[in-house]
Design a binder for this molecule. Structure first.
Ligand SMILES: [Zn+2]
Length: 361
């Protein structure tokens, strides 16, 4: 017979139990961060990193874990059959998926705290879905089914379907995810018209996803805090299930609700060689950590418990999200402290001639 302490050590709470008792943090945005770290080509955006540089991927997971991510999301975004065909590497599809899932599992089962993290299998926008061509629907169904199958095989604790901009494609993804019996998170990413591409409104899409059994329904990617908040507020009001909010880390505006057409208004003197600052020259339009923290706090106060950051996420921002909703994480040890700064510090050992020089620095 085990005592209580041993029991609680063994017991891993599932996603819903965790959400019922408070906020759950999920770091997304692997594509941008891995590209920035030099292990992926922008534009092509295929997560070959799980096969080519597994240690680099594990490191990013560890960094997010240290910053407070409760969920370790397998990096299989774009790692689907269609994209692998486009780059001529279809035969690496299954090895890529299994490698990414194994790395995520390894990190999730060696947590920093006492309780293991949750490993999430991941499917996402196929980019071949066409609402006017049913043949593509079958194709997408097959792609999702095989990926979900590998995720179950590799011991996923939950599934995430994300970044869908067609309502029907999101419904299809969720139906496949639900068959596994695993807790399923489904998040949509409407583009600049502020409606799904098959004409369904954002709120109606989310309502239908709840009806179809989505355990967590919400929004991720494409939109920064400013252009996600008005919609996620409505979604929260309309739904009874848990809601997810994972904005990108960029200052999108009413005129440019997503990052795809966001112009550079920041005095750029060396323009991107591509049509838009997306995806390689968005740096000056990044939010600061306080904007991300403010979004997380506001969302949490509305009753949204599943929080994170998508494209543009880095460990510092994940820590900011966690702390904004009252969680202390391992990285909190290194939270900013200006009191000892050489110019701005208030510590009594900071020389007066330094403090006095502050305005001229
Ligand atoms: Zn994203």
């Amino acid at each position: 017979m085990k005592n209580d302490k041993e029991m609680s050590k063994d017991r891993k709470r599932n996603l819903i139990e965790r959400l019922n008792s408070g906020p759950v943090i999920c770091a997304e945005g692997f594509l941008f961060e891995i590209e920035k770290r030099g292990y992926m080509a922008s534009g092509e955006f295929v997560p070959m990193v799980s096969l080519e540089h597994p240690k680099a991927l594990e490191n990013l997971h560890r960094d997010f874990q240290h910053a407070g991510s409760d969920i370790v999301q397998a990096f299989t975004y774009n790692g689907h059959r269609e994209k692998m065909r486009v780059i001529g590497k279809e035969k690496l599809l299954e090895p890529l998926n299994r490698a990414a899932l194994k790395i995520a599992k390894k990190v999730a089962t060696s947590p920093i705290g006492k309780e293991p993290n949750l490993m999430a299998g991941n499917i996402s926008n196929s980019n071949i879905w066409n609402d006017k061509d049913p043949k593509t629907h079958l194709e997408v169904e097959k792609m999702f089914s095989e990926m979900v199958g590998w995720a179950v095989d590799e011991g996923a604790d939950m599934l995430i379907g994300e970044t869908f901009y067609y309502a029907e494609e999101a419904y299809t993804a969720l139906k496949i995810m639900k068959k596994t019996g695993l807790p399923s998170v489904i998040t949509i990413a409407p583009m600049g018209e502020n409606i799904m591409r098959d004409g369904v409104s954002i709120v109606d899409t989310c309502k239908e996803l709840e009806q179809l059994g989505g355990d967590v329904v919400g929004m991720n990617c494409f939109r920064g805090p400013n252009t996600m908040m008005p919609y996620i507020k409505e979604v929260r009001k309309a739904l009874k299930c848990h809601v997810a909010a994972l904005p990108i880390n960029f200052r999108t505006t009413e005129k440019h609700p997503t990052f795809f057409n966001l112009p550079d208004n920041n005095g750029c003197t060396c323009h991107t060689p591509h049509k838009t600052p997306f995806p390689t020259a968005l740096d000056p339009m990044q939010c600061n950590r306080y904007e991300i923290g403010k979004f997380a706090k506001e969302a949490f106060d509305l009753g949204i418990n599943y929080l994170g950051v998508c494209c543009g996420a880095n460990p510092m921002l994940i820590r900011e999200v966690a702390e904004a909703v009252g969680i202390k994480v391992p990285a909190s040890k290194y939270r900013e402290d200006m009191s000892t700064h050489m110019l701005f510090g208030t510590h009594k050992r900071i020389p007066k001639h330094q403090r006095d020089y502050m305005d001229k620095a």
